[in-house]
Design a protein around this ligand. Structure first.
Ligand SMILES: Nc1ncnc2c1ncn2[C@@H]1O[C@H](COP(=O)(O)OP(=O)(O)O)[C@@H](O)[C@H]1O
Ligand SMILES: [Mg+2]
Length: 225
């Protein structure tokens, strides 16, 4: 059981098509990630980091290869099954936070649990616990635009982790933050990831991030080293 990797990618190929043009974004990615690992993917802009994360997060499709999430081959699943896995098992953190602007901090964190149909009482308990973990108890009623960047990213971390996901994909999560704030966010992701047993895949070119990771991979021109 413990020997099953959280993620196993084999010869993943992804091309974008724009009119007559084909853009090769991933050129045969092989990657095993151990359960509960905190893994950074570095590499220059345009090297394919976001594409890889979007595939791992079941946001996007690949053209060839196979992707095993835990013990399940996910490449052949229909959209409904993919959505189900995404909602239950995958958390997302983005560079620009991607919070729902018209929803309060509390409601943003609650939303993933509403999608899972979790009952009122448990939902409230989990949201409040999570807000406490990220130090936002006092700001639960604020809207995202009434928060600093660091506070917004804390909300995003809380939203990603509230469902205790098996996998968290984080795309440049500290790129918009000053050093002290970035360190706090990294620390929070690691602490909460350990608490919930989540595996992290983090795209970054932030040196501050890399020293905190179990493993650092480098993406160059659609190839992973
Ligand atoms: N939606 C898209 N349509 C067409 N090309 C894309 C799209 N998204 C990414 N690409 C191209 O795929 C390559 C990899 O991009 P991306 O995964 O965003 O890299 P990174 O996250 O490392 O900056 C780049 O050449 C980029 O221009
Ligand atoms: Mg990117």
């Amino acid at each position: 059981m413990t020997n099953v990797p959280a993620i196993r990618l084999s010869r993943i190929v992804k091309q974008y098509r724009m009119g007559d043009e084909t853009i090769p974004a991933l050129k045969g990615i092989d990657l095993d990630v151990s359960s509960r690992a905190f893994v950074a993917i570095r590499g220059p802009s345009g090297s394919g980091k976001s594409t890889l994360l979007n595939i791992c997060g079941l946001i996007d499709h690949f053209d060839a290869g196979s992707y095993q999430l835990g013990e399940q081959e996910v490449g052949s699943l229909d959209e409904r099954a993919r959505t189900d896995i995404r909602r239950h098992r995958i958390g997302f953190i983005f560079q620009s936070y991607n919070l729902v602007p018209v929803m309060s901090v509390y409601d943003n964190v609650e939303y993933p649990l509403l999608l899972l149909g979790i009952g009122d009482r448990e939902r409230r308990a989990r949201v409040l616990e999570m807000l406490h973990h990220v130090g936002l108890d006092a700001l639960a009623d604020r809207l995202p635009d009434q928060l600093s960047g660091g506070q917004r990213q804390r909300v995003a971390v809380a939203r990603a982790l509230v469902k205790a996901p098996t996998l968290v994909v984080a795309d440049e999560p500290t790129a918009n933050l000053d050093t002290a704030t970035a360190e706090q966010i990294i620390d929070l992701m690691k602490t909460l990831g350990a608490r919930f047993g989540s595996t992290f895949l983090v795209a970054t070119h932030d040196e501050r991030m890399v020293v905190h990771c179990d493993r650092v991979l480098c993406m160059t021109d659609g190839v992973l080293q």
